[in-house]
Design a protein around this ligand. Structure first.
Ligand SMILES: [Zn+2]
Length: 350
């Protein structure tokens, strides 16, 4: 059903819960519409004249501002659906699925890890403002992204030389990352990009040297390639971005308090990570472990939008075999390249 947004007493689709009027926990209540209108525009579903009458309520808990999903849905012309612990915002072209108390959400079929889990406040699901502004918004629209197209792509094959990285039964991370980097370079050059590698041989390269290369070569974006290892049964692809200030890391859950160079590109990092995650999973059929947040040195210090791709688990035998195979490496390279293209296509031209 489509809710008519009314700040007084909207009802959930379940119809069971009454909206809080002036509960003590509801402070401030309304986020500036101008701010929110700039957050999301969903193509044909974008709100027009009626948007000026819509208000998005928020609640503050432990210093974090959360927005009511039902209001966001109304503002952007999406249907709001709730089913016990699951909440969805949908239109013909968009599907956002959230689960109460889970940081994992699904945006148009691709998994993303939120900074903060949605929860139910006074009977209505709420989502952290920082996840709306610096995750959903850049994924759903391009206007918060950098201007101008991508020309120079820096590829950073993880590890090398004395640092083998993760080791599987038959292969080493440092070799796989370089092999995929070369294939990705070919894909990107064929699409018309200028490409450089932080290392083109099996050599040592400190983390600082990798971000330095992005700076000296004036890369438009940088993509670091890695392979993963974990306990039995764990497999799949995950792509990391630097969490914005105030957002939590996916592992460890610390909230970033001080800005790092990579935070100059929060919106772009989110969109690039999302597109690369989506592209790599679609091309390989691998398990989608989702786009995540981590303050890894190589992306934290990067002077341009950057992501770190964990291409698969060397600790999972079948995935290690895939990672060493030329055919699978080609799929990975094609998928990552298509994600880069889609990010590029989302940028507003100069
Ligand atoms: Zn690694």
């Amino acid at each position: 059903m489509r809710l008519t947004p009314r700040p007084d007493l909207p009802r959930t689709p379940a119809g069971a819960v009454v909206w809080p009027r002036r509960a003590g926990v509801l402070r401030g209540l309304f986020v500036s519409l101008a701010l929110l209108a700039s957050l999301l525009v969903l193509g044909a579903a974008a709100p027009t004249a009626t948007a000026s009458k819509l208000r998005v309520r928020y609640i503050t808990s432990n210093g974090i501002r959360y927005l009511y999903l039902v209001d966001l849905a109304a503002l952007y012309g999406l249907r709001y659906e709730s089913n016990s612990q699951r909440f969805a915002l949908r239109s013909r072209y968009t599907s956002l699925i959230f689960t109460v108390n889970e940081t994992e959400a699904i945006i148009n079929g691709t998994r993303v890890h939120l900074s903060d889990a949605p929860w139910v406040a006074k009977g209505y699901a709420v989502l952290a403002d920082i996840d709306v502004r610096l995750l959903l918004s850049p994924i759903l629209k391009g206007s918060s992204l950098r201007r101008g197209d991508v020309r120079r792509v820096l590829i950073d094959p993880g590890h090398g030389g004395k640092d083998p990285g993760t080791q599987g039964r038959r292969s080493r991370e440092r070799d796989v990352t370089l092999q995929v980097a070369r294939r990705l370079q070919k894909e990107l050059v064929a699409k018309g990009y200028q490409v450089a590698l932080t290392r083109s041989k099996d050599t040592d390269l400190a983390l600082a040297g990798r971000s330095q290369k992005a700076r000296s070569w004036k890369a438009d974006i940088s993509v670091s390639l890695h392979c993963n290892a974990a306990g039995p049964g764990v497999r799949g692809i995950e792509v990391f971005r630097v969490p914005p200030v105030g957002a939590r890391s996916t592992y460890g859950l610390q909230r970033a308090t001080a800005a790092v160079p990579g935070n100059a590109w929060d919106a772009d990092n989110a969109r690039l990570a999302y597109e690369v995650q989506r592209g790599a999973v679609a091309a390989t059929g691998a398990t989608d472990r989702g786009m995540k947040n981590a303050r890894f040195a190589v992306i934290k210090e990067c002077p341009c939008p950057s992501v770190l791709v964990e291409m698969g688990f060397m600790s999972y035998a079948a995935e290690e075999a895939n990672l060493s195979s030329a055919a699978y490496q080609d799929k990975l390279a094609r998928g990552i390249a298509s994600g880069i293209s889609r990010y590029d296509a989302a940028l507003l031209r100069r």
